[in-house]
Write a new protein. Structure first.
Length: 113
């Protein structure tokens, strides 16, 4: 991940521009959690190993909570759609979290999952 140098109008250079990186880092954390199923600990380690960005597990959890809050309205719409759909597909699987197995339920229609 490349950090950009911020240039001020007066011609001075203001160091690294982290506001552009933050969004990309948050996106990488969310992707790695949702699609790669990395734990918070492994995600923090990956951010350091891949991008040289030391990251705490607390930061990872905070980023994921913020992302969840950001899709709350969409989540509500999907639940309403699934509850009123005349036909829906349901499936279940087992997922391991911190050495404990939990049931993971999924439901979808031709429009949403």
């Amino acid at each position: 991940m490349r950090l950009r140098t911020h240039h001020h109008r007066d011609g001075s250079r203001g160091g690294r521009c982290r506001h552009r990186v933050r969004g990309r880092v948050r996106a990488a954390i969310c992707y790695s959690s949702a699609y790669q199923h990395l734990s918070a600990k492994r995600l923090a380690e990956a951010m350091d190993a891949l991008f040289g960005l030391p990251t705490s597990t607390g930061t990872v959890i905070s980023v994921l909570a913020r992302a969840h809050d950001g899709v709350a309205g969409f989540e509500t719409q999907v639940k309403e759609h699934l509850a009123t759909a005349p036909v829906a597909y349901a499936d279940e699987s087992v997922v391991g979290v911190a050495g404990t197995l939990y049931w993971l339920h999924a439901m979808c229609t031709h429009l949403v999952t």
